[in-house]
Ligand binder design. Structure first.
Ligand code: ZN
Length: 156
């Protein structure tokens, strides 16, 4: 079966940056499953997988525009510590969830200076070229419910 829209695709993958550092990988024996064409994975990887079949191996280099976007300096903000009411101990490197009209966003605390806290709303992988080594594990038809929901349902 060929990978196309409305197929459930399972892949093993390893993601590394341009320095060869491994950023993420699927656990052995537990591939990542997604609904093709539903925007579950980054566009550059999804389009590279179109037309492939189970057993295919590919190396894909994804530019930031087809990945997590360019870094946007406007997403870096300095805020008073009061804003983080309820967070016990604000530290550099902490990741927090921020809720806004645009939905839930992960922000990273990049600096704590007394009462001033600097946060960065960029995706941690924004601005990076992403190098994927991928092996297609399986391809099946998505169920009507999976297509309606736009995500994979676990098989029993
Ligand atoms: Zn669902």
């Amino acid at each position: 079966m060929v990978i196309a829209d409305q197929k459930v695709v399972s892949i093993h993958y390893r993601l590394s940056n341009d320095d060869g550092q491994i950023i993420q990988e699927s656990a052995s024996g537990a591939p990542l499953s997604y609904v093709h064409g539903a925007g579950n994975i980054i566009p550059g990887l999804e389009s590279a997988l179109s037309g492939k079949t189970a057993g295919d191996k590919l190396n894909v280099s994804v530019d930031p525009e087809q990945g997590y976007g360019a870094r946007n300096d406007a997403l870096i903000q300095e805020l008073p510590r009061d804003v983080f009411e309820g967070v016990e101990d604000i530290q550099e490197g902490m990741q927090l969830q921020a809720h806004s009209e645009q939905g839930t966003q992960v922000i990273t605390v990049t600096k704590v200076d007394g009462e001033r806290v600097t946060v960065d709303g960029n995706h941690p992988l924004a601005g990076q070229t992403l190098n994927f080594e991928v092996e297609v594990d399986s391809v099946r038809d998505a169920t009507a419910e999976e297509i309606a929901h736009g995500h994979v349902h676990k098989e029993e």
